[in-house]
Design a protein around this ligand. Structure first.
Ligand code: C5P
Length: 354
């Protein structure tokens, strides 16, 4: 029996980008948030004399060779574990490709989780070659080799992302919040969006030092907003790790996200280069936001480099109203919820192989 794993999407609750670095990457300060939406990654693996990988997908746009993030992750993990295996991976796509929802990156982590489950003790933290703590660190490093936004999926929930996005720190989870994902029929290439950002930095004369100062300041601002979010006199995030509303202070009608004040200042720098090229995306943000109306979003913005945009809403009714507005404008959308860390992990395994 193969192992089926949910491969959840993410959005960025704000994304700040620095000037281009000598290594070709950009310093970032971002907060990732996992969502209930998912692809399904199925893995079948057994030890063999030599490693052989096979990858299939229901979506013809998914590369089925060593270019695929799930393929890369599994190959790197087997090598690090010192295990040779025959592995079959199937990716059932439900999330948009090139959507800014981290779908390909999540697929890599889901494939790793599936591989570990399939190999049992041989592919687990207790693998002969590695002590479990070493493996926890090693898999974060391997994930970072596969892509800058892969490691976040080894944490899940609400996650601070620094450096090139691969340095991840768990934050107190935001309350599960209604979320509408708009999926315009446009693909945005992330490397291209970074190149456009470079041109903007050159025009504006943003120096390495100034951009590093900006990123440091923002990471402090996030840290203090999330520290604020922990209910006072309470149990903090509690054993579940989920940030609960302090009802004495906020009442059930106020979102902790709003209470922290971060919705008033966070933004996504990619909007500055992506919106001028695709004005329809700026219009979709306005539709999601519905600023000044009773059904206004708590927050609406581009996710990653897009083209997906998201709106967060206090009630299901507000979220459904946003979907109606998008429908009227001919824009596809999906209704979901943000997924805190404990649920991310408890819901991940769909089917465990024998
Ligand atoms: O790390 P990942 O493979 O996702 O990055 C893809 C490309 O996006 C990189 O080659 C680089 O051009 C760009 N990138 C960047 N700065 C980052 C992350 C990605 O310039 N922090």
């Amino acid at each position: 029996m193969p192992t089926a794993v949910r491969s959840h999407a993410k959005i960025n609750l704000g994304l700040y980008i620095g000037a281009p670095r000598p290594d070709g990457f950009h310093g970032l300060t971002t907060v990732y948030q996992t969502l209930k939406l998912y692809d399904v990654v199925t893995v079948r693996a057994q030890k063999a004399d030599a490693t052989r990988l096979r990858l299939t997908s229901n979506d013809s746009r998914v590369p089925c060779d060593a270019r695929n993030t799930a393929w890369k992750m599994v190959a790197l993990a087997l090598e690090a574990l010192g295990v040779a295996a025959e592995v079959e991976i199937h990716i059932e796509k439900r999330l948009p490709v090139q959507g800014g929802l981290g779908a390909g990156s999540a697929n890599a982590v889901a494939a790793l989780i599936g591989l570990e489950a399939e190999l049992g003790p041989e592919g687990q933290p207790g693998a002969p070659a590695l002590a479990s703590e070493t493996w926890e660190t090693a898999r974060l490093q391997l994930a970072a080799q596969v892509g800058s936004d892969v490691p976040l999926f080894l944490i899940g929930g609400t996650v601070l992302g620094l450096d090139r996005g691969q340095q991840v720190h768990p934050l107190p989870d935001i309350d599960p919040t209604w979320c509408v994902i708009a999926t315009p029929a446009i693909g945005v290439s992330t490397p291209q969006a970074f190149r456009d950002w470079d041109a903007l930095c050159a025009t504006e004369g943003l120096t390495q030092q100034a951009s590093q100062d900006k990123l440091n300041e923002l990471s402090r601002a996030y840290a203090s907003a999330f520290a604020e979010a922990i209910p006072r006199g309470g149990q903090g995030t509690g054993s579940s790790g989920v940030l609960s509303l302090g009802e004495d202070r906020a009442g059930p009608q106020e979102s902790a996200l709003v209470r922290t004040g971060i919705t008033s200042w966070i933004q996504n720098d990619f909007e500055r280069v992506v919106f001028p090229q695709h004005p329809s995306l700026a219009e979709i943000k306005r539709i999601l936001a519905a600023t000044g109306t009773p059904e206004a979003a708590l927050l609406a913005m581009l996710s990653g480099s897009g083209s997906a945009l998201f709106g967060l809403y206090l009630t299901r009714g507000d979220a459904e109203a946003a979907r109606q507005r998008l429908l009227a404008a001919g824009v596809a959308s999906q209704l979901t919820r943000t997924l805190p860390r404990p649920a991310y992990w408890s819901e991940m395994l769909l089917e465990k192989g024998d």
